[in-house]
Design a protein around this ligand. Structure first.
Ligand code: HEC
Ligand code: HEC
Ligand code: HEC
Ligand code: HEC
Length: 183
């Protein structure tokens, strides 16, 4: 079954879509592979070592954050006793929940936090070497443009700590370019 995630992005989020337009993102839970699998090919320094950069990024710690006293305080306001087991928090603090309030893939543990595929799309169909080397092919197989199609699925006013989202600055903060990819 396809997991179709749909949301109406409101104008208050500052998107360029027209009022009432539907922003549909297809994230088939069956196609997740997990961060270790992406890491097999993406941990060489001469290709930008995205795996190591992710490991030290806030997204790798998104689950851990839900265990802090601060998170418990936030949870209280939403009737959540333990944020680390609540879908109300894990929908954005882990990839395993795939933007929903329930686990939708066993391939990724909630503890892994927000992994590559929350931003780049589930990888099973695009991660073969020949597909990855051909961007058009990869996009056809489900690779998404993260900046325009992913950030606001979590960085929005449904987040208890939301203070706005400056896309350019935020993308810069998590930059992990591949020097071999031509832009
Ligand atoms: C079998 C090896 C392999 C695996 C596994 C793999 N990749 Fe790749 N990926 C590559 C290669 C090769 C390129 C082309 C760039 C290069 O040569 O450095 C690439 C390119 C990319 C790009 C840049 C695409 C572009 O042209 O803009 C992204 C993004 C990416 N991979 C994400 C992922 C994610 C996320 C995963 C896990 C779901 C993953 N890759 C798994 C080998 C792999
Ligand atoms: C709609 C997505 C979303 C939901 C739902 C969500 N969070 Fe977050 N959370 C975020 C994002 C994104 C950040 C990073 C800060 C920001 O830009 O809002 C964050 C940051 C945090 C932080 C760090 C504080 C900070 O200011 O950086 C805590 C603690 C936290 N969230 C707790 C929770 C708890 C507890 C829940 C459940 C009651 C929850 N979050 C639900 C997206 C979400
Ligand atoms: C929070 C979202 C996010 C996460 C998590 C994430 N990425 Fe990215 N990734 C991006 C963005 C945004 C870009 C820049 C895209 C662009 O310039 O078009 C990018 C760029 C890349 C590129 C380089 C493409 C290029 O054109 O230079 C590769 C390769 C890549 N990511 C792989 C990964 C891998 C592997 C992981 C996990 C270990 C990962 N990413 C985790 C958002 C993310
Ligand atoms: C699956 C949900 C999710 C997606 C998709 C996502 N993020 Fe996040 N992001 C979070 C959460 C949760 C945090 C808070 C992590 C923590 O503090 O533990 C966060 C934190 C951050 C932070 C550090 C906090 C800050 O304000 O400096 C940056 C930067 C960031 N994200 C950028 C991005 C960008 C850029 C994209 C899109 C390319 C993106 N994120 C996509 C959930 C997400």
């Amino acid at each position: 079954m396809k997991n179709i995630w749909k949301s109406v992005i409101s104008l208050s989020l500052g998107t360029t879509v027209l009022a009432g337009a539907t922003f549909a993102v297809e994230r088939d839970a069956a196609n997740y592979v997990g961060v270790k699998t992406c890491g097999i090919c993406h941990k060489k320094d001469d290709c930008g070592n995205q795996f190591a950069k992710w490991q030290v990024s806030p997204h790798a710690k998104a689950f851990e954050t839900l265990g802090t006293p601060e998170a418990k305080e936030v949870g209280k306001k939403f009737g959540v006793d333990n944020p680390q087991t609540s879908g109300k928090c894990l929908k954005c603090h882990s990839t395993a929940y795939n933007f929903t309030e329930a686990v939708t893939t066993e391939k990724i543990k909630p503890e892994d936090g927000v992994v590559c595929e929350s931003c780049h799309g589930p990888g099973k169909k695009y991660m073969t070497k020949t597909t990855m080397e051909d961007k058009a092919k990869a996009v056809a197989a489900g690779l998404v443009d993260p900046a325009t199609q992913s950030c606001k699925l979590c960085h929005n006013d449904q987040s208890p700590s939301f203070k706005g989202f400056d896309e350019k600055a935020m993308v810069e903060k998590i930059a992990h370019p591949d020097p071999k990819v031509k832009h």
